[in-house]
Design a protein around this ligand. Structure first.
Ligand code: ZN
Length: 395
């Protein structure tokens, strides 16, 4: 059996930028040489290309000693202080968050604003305003994460159910306001990509990712470093897997979807606490967790029920995806840390592809995974073809 199939860049320069990026923006020259599997002189050439375009700087004294370099101290390669950055934006159900992010996932600046209404124009005006505020010289483009399936060809948001938006040509509307390259993606898909490159999904060949946000439950598969997007870009929507046909109605039109049974509202409903405004939902869920840990039986039972539904949903998804790692983001990770036995019983008992329980289940490692994922989307052209992007910026 060969090594696990992983993300590959188009050429050596792209590979070098990708490695430096996933190593957090700083690495020893020896480690990069090792990872690229190239010779010392080839590495010298590649670093020269990136340095002359202002992407990296070299610290002769900063690297570790490496056996690959004959025991000599290795130079340290860093993303340059004034290297290009991107603007990452997250459209939430009652807020927008925007950050300027550099290679290595470094967040340079971050702003957040509440949305007063669910009006599309109001949300897009707020988004454009914050994006403009954070745009600086050498910004390559904007990545936007939205709580909706997104069509890959044109950034059409098919169903932002929790915003009450059905079918919005989001990219087109934003481009009327913003004169910058703009890419859109589904929030859970992008969070999965961030966990794959920087967090708990690192090194997985087939990563199955599920997360809960403010409300709702999303997910994705990252297969050999690429998101599984489906024919139009709408895959995956594991939140709408039926786990209880007799369950609660879901905004998608079905009943008993994993999303309504195991997201924040599912937890609150099971705990008998349904009278919360949308804005207060995360805080109310926090109370349910605290009281469950303190021994409250109804809150404890609510966690049990959500964990069973999560386990049943995961078992079906494992059989579909043949994952070698499962990462649970947001509250799902916390639910798993408190109720792993209930989840594990189902992901082994109901999934014959995991009957030995060998597939690791981990909580997400990144608190800002959606926003970092939006940055990944905007950085992708640089990772695909650094020379073209950097030379284009210089013109
Ligand atoms: Zn549904």
């Amino acid at each position: 059996m060969g090594p696990p199939a992983q993300e590959r860049a188009r050429d050596s320069l792209g590979s070098l930028v990708l490695q430096l990026h996933t190593l957090g923006g700083v690495a020893s020259r020896a480690e990069l040489t090792e990872r690229l599997g190239c010779g010392r002189s080839a590495m010298g050439y590649l670093l020269g290309e990136l340095r002359s375009r202002g992407l990296v700087s070299i610290d002769p004294a900063g690297g570790r000693t490496s056996s690959a370099d004959g025991g000599r101290p290795s130079h340290s390669v860093l993303v340059a202080d004034d290297a290009p950055t991107v603007v990452a934006a997250q459209l939430g159900v009652d807020s927008v968050t925007v950050a300027r992010v550099g290679l290595g996932g470094k967040v340079h600046a971050r702003v957040e604003r509440s949305l007063r209404t669910r009006d599309t124009t109001d949300a897009l005006d707020t988004l454009s305003e914050l994006i403009t505020e954070l745009t600086a010289p050498k910004v390559l483009g904007v990545g936007l994460a939205v709580p909706s399936p997104v069509r890959r060809t044109d950034g059409y948001a098919a169903a932002a159910l929790h915003l009450g938006w059905r079918g919005v040509p989001l990219r087109e509307l934003l481009l009327e306001r913003l004169p910058l390259p703009l890419a859109l993606g589904n929030d859970a898909n992008l969070a999965a990509m961030a966990e794959y490159r920087h967090g708990a999904g690192k090194g997985a060949t087939q990563l199955l990712y599920l997360m809960t946000g403010h409300v709702g439950l999303g997910g994705a598969v990252v297969s050999e470093g690429r998101l599984f997007l489906g024919a139009r870009g709408y895959a995956m929507e594991p939140g709408h897997l039926t786990v209880d046909p007799a369950g609660a109605p879901c905004p998608c039109g079905s009943t008993g979807c994993l999303e309504v049974e195991a997201d924040h509202r599912g937890l609150l409903r099971a705990a008998g606490r349904t009278d919360h405004a949308l804005h207060d939902v995360p805080e109310a869920v926090e109370e349910v967790f605290k009281e469950a840990v303190a021994g409250d039986p109804r809150c404890g039972a609510a966690l049990d029920q959500a964990a069973r539904h999560l386990g049943n949903g995961l078992a079906s998804l494992i059989n579909l995806a043949d994952a070698d790692r499962i990462v649970l983001g947001g509250t799902l990770g916390r639910l798993y840390s408190l109720r792993s036995r209930l989840v594990d019983e189902r992901v082994t008992g109901r999934s014959f592809l995991n009957d030995g329980g060998e597939i690791p289940v981990l909580p997400g490692a990144l608190p800002d995974s959606v926003l970092l994922g939006a940055a990944e989307l905007a950085l992708q052209p640089l990772l695909d073809d650094p020379k073209r992007v950097l030379d284009g910026l210089a013109r």
